[in-house]
Write a protein that binds this ligand. Structure first.
Ligand code: ADP
Length: 267
């Protein structure tokens, strides 16, 4: 009986091994597919602005003296704008690599969220020019432990998306409150919102929801960077649709620490 059992066990182990081998092969294949999709996407995102820069610079070099001043200025603006886009993309890629390699070391200290909202808003001023912005951050909100540079980047990415995916002239709302355990910050827009099945996937690297989103300048990196940064600071970020009207709302939830100072107590 023991021998029979041992044989059966050996057979079972062999079968498990076989399944594991097939699984590993499938995983390796999937990883390979992902890697080449990633490289295709990165190459495309690098090539598009580069082509525009080369076109504009080439025209300037060859026809400089024949062109009216305003055309020259426009070509130079293209060079600047597209270089900025390239620069942003590369900065995003570097951020992503830092997050994925676990080399993210937030420089956290207590900050009043309203201050960081203010600096993100002034950095995004040009982007938000076509929208109305409504900010409701209570002055007595307890401070939270965040890295102000990373947190501003998260807010900037969310504001950039809100402006990009909602029609000009509509309102972008920034609200914050505290429930005693956490501080919640919300950024809501009046765009089309996000299909239910995509609410989690929008945080995936290079994920973009609609075909039409691919014509807008974007890389599908912004939200995955937001999630990486927020989680590195001990927070949670989530996407929902508004319940009061059409639109997306992104919520950042940060733990309220027992020793958190309050701006009101400090002034
Ligand atoms: P990008 O904006 O560069 O495409 P993100 O990672 O910032 O990349 O966003 C991923 C996708 O999530 C976007 O392509 C878009 O489809 C969707 N998305 C993000 N923010 C919004 C928003 N405020 N409203 C609707 N869709 C959004």
């Amino acid at each position: 009986l023991l021998d029979a059992l041992a044989d059966q066990a050996a057979l079972a182990i062999e079968r498990v091994q076989l399944v594991a081998d097939v699984d590993n092969a499938r995983l390796a294949e999937e990883a390979g597919r992902l890697r080449s999709a990633l490289l295709t996407s990165i190459s495309h995102d690098l090539k598009t602005p580069l082509a525009a820069i080369m076109g504009a610079a080439g025209t300037l070099r060859d026809y400089r003296s024949a062109l009216p001043e305003e055309d020259r200025a426009e070509l130079l603006t293209t060079v600047m704008d597209e270089s900025e886009r390239l620069n942003r993309f590369i900065a995003n890629l570097l951020d992503m690599t830092r997050i994925e390699s676990g080399a993210m070391e937030p420089n956290a200290a207590f900050h009043y969220i309203g201050d960081i909202v203010g600096s993100a808003l002034s950095r995004a001023r040009k982007i938000l020019a076509g929208h109305l912005v409504d900010v409701q951050v209570p002055a007595d909100l307890p401070m939270v432990r965040v890295d102000p540079v990373l947190f501003e980047q998260v807010l900037f990415n969310l504001l950039d998306n809100a402006a990009k995916y909602s029609p000009g002239g509509t309102t972008i709302r920034i609200g914050a409150d505290s429930n005693g355990e956490r501080v919640l910050l919300r950024i809501a827009d009046e765009g089309p919102g996000i299909p239910l099945g995509d609410l989690e996937r929008v945080f995936d690297t290079f994920y973009r929801v609609r075909k039409s989103d691919h014509v807008r300048a974007g890389t599908g990196l912004g939200l995955s960077i937001c999630r990486g940064f927020v989680e590195a600071m001990g927070g949670i970020i989530s996407a929902e649709n508004r319940t009061d009207r059409l639109g997306a709302v992104f919520t950042i939830s940060l733990p309220l620490l027992p020793d958190a100072p309050n701006l009101k107590d400090m002034t």
